[in-house]
Design a protein around this ligand. Structure first.
Ligand code: SF4
Length: 360
């Protein structure tokens, strides 16, 4: 193995805890160097995901890189050579580049941006996701947004107090929230963030408030949820792991907030007395607490709250019921809806019912 290949292997393994795909949550413990992702144009691509520098002067309690004192990393030019070889051979179609803060933030952020600029200058036109480091300068965020398809800055925790427990060196308001507001201005609709679920003992109620604030203020296109894993030798080595299902429930809840118009207040009703989600699909728990809806009268928003009905299914129901009312479960198949999931949350009124309602 060449020196470049050895560094590549180490830095891709070190970068695996920074998520850029929800499916990674399940594969987190594998040391896969590449992840597959769905292309907007269809099919799957292979993305290289790694750190530019594998050393860090910061001391976050949950992170493996804090333990690495030996300098391992690429210069921007050296990494660009290595990546472009892989890309030209067809081995990778995308890049997610993050970094430990090997020196000061500005130096490393310059390296990240310069890497992106070299790749673009040398003809790389594939997907490029660049990480914005906490405390990064506005000019570097501007340049990262210019060359990358997507940029991101990790929240890691839900509040200054929670972050203080696991990464006291980072100032939540200054280093992260202020930079995230710049990220949102420089790349509207093209930025993401990540939370490490469970590391700081936050409740799901706190995550929910944090997310509601995120969507109100900076509108990330995605929020990634990483279930905390205790790493040997770190200050949190004896902290219990977060069950994977908790992060997966958060992907479901976040989808409801982002795509289904479910409000944070509605989701709050799903939480138990201690402020945690049960291990059940939040959409099902929400529907269990509501009255069944009449498929021939319900609004688009009410249909979206029925398990088994998504945005396209709700659209189809609205369109088809104009021609002929739904009379039973068998009719749901007309709209491509699986009656098994949705049936028990629906009632079927006749045409008279519909017309009476419409006249009113
Ligand atoms: S800043 Fe913290 S989380 Fe990021 S690489 Fe350094 S120690 Fe790890």
């Amino acid at each position: 193995m060449s020196v470049a290949e050895q560094k590549l292997a180490y830095l891709t393994a070190a970068g695996r805890f920074d998520l850029c795909s929800p499916g990674e949550c399940l594969r987190l413990l594998s040391a896969a160097s590449y992840i597959t992702y769905s292309r907007r144009t269809g099919g799957c691509g292979r993305m290289l995901k790694m750190l530019l520098h594998g050393t860090c002067s910061y001391d976050c309690a949950y992170c493996s890189v804090r333990l690495q004192r030996e300098r391992v990393g690429f210069s921007p030019g050296e990494f660009a050579d290595t990546f472009l070889d892989l890309w030209r051979e067809g081995l990778v179609g995308g890049l997610f580049l993050s970094s430990g803060i090997a020196r000061d933030v500005d130096c490393v952020m310059h390296d990240i941006v310069e890497t992106g600029e070299i790749l673009r200058r040398r003809g790389y036109d594939g997907y490029l996701h660049l990480k914005v480091l906490p405390g990064a300068a506005r000019a570097d965020i501007h340049d990262a947004a210019r060359v990358a398809n997507r940029i991101s800055i990790n929240l890691e925790a839900t509040s200054p107090d929670r972050l203080g427990r696991i990464a006291g060196v980072k100032d939540y308001r200054q280093d992260i929230l202020k930079r995230q507001a710049w990220v949102a201005e420089e790349k509207p609709g093209g930025h993401t963030t990540q939370l490490v679920v469970g590391a700081a003992d936050e409740t799901d109620a706190e995550i929910l408030s944090c997310l509601a604030d995120q969507y109100r203020r900076v509108r990330p296109s995605r929020v990634y949820f990483s279930a905390f894993r205790a790493l040997p030798g770190t200050p949190l080595a004896s902290h219990p792991d977060t069950p994977t299902w908790r992060a997966m429930r958060w992907y479901q809840a976040d989808y409801l907030l982002r795509e289904y118009g479910v409000t944070a207040d509605e989701l709050r009703a799903v939480l138990d007395e201690e402020g945690f989600f049960p291990d059940r699909d939040p959409k099902v728990v929400l529907a269990d607490g509501r009255m069944a809806v009449n498929v021939n009268l319900a609004s688009h928003s009410d249909l979206l709250r029925v398990p088994g009905i998504g945005p396209k299914g709700a659209d189809r129901i609205l369109s088809l019921r104009r021609e002929r009312p739904f009379t039973g479960l068998a009719d749901l198949a007309r709209a491509g809806i699986r009656g098994k999931a949705a049936g028990r949350y629906l009632v079927f009124g006749g045409r008279e019912t519909v017309q009476t309602k419409l006249v009113l």
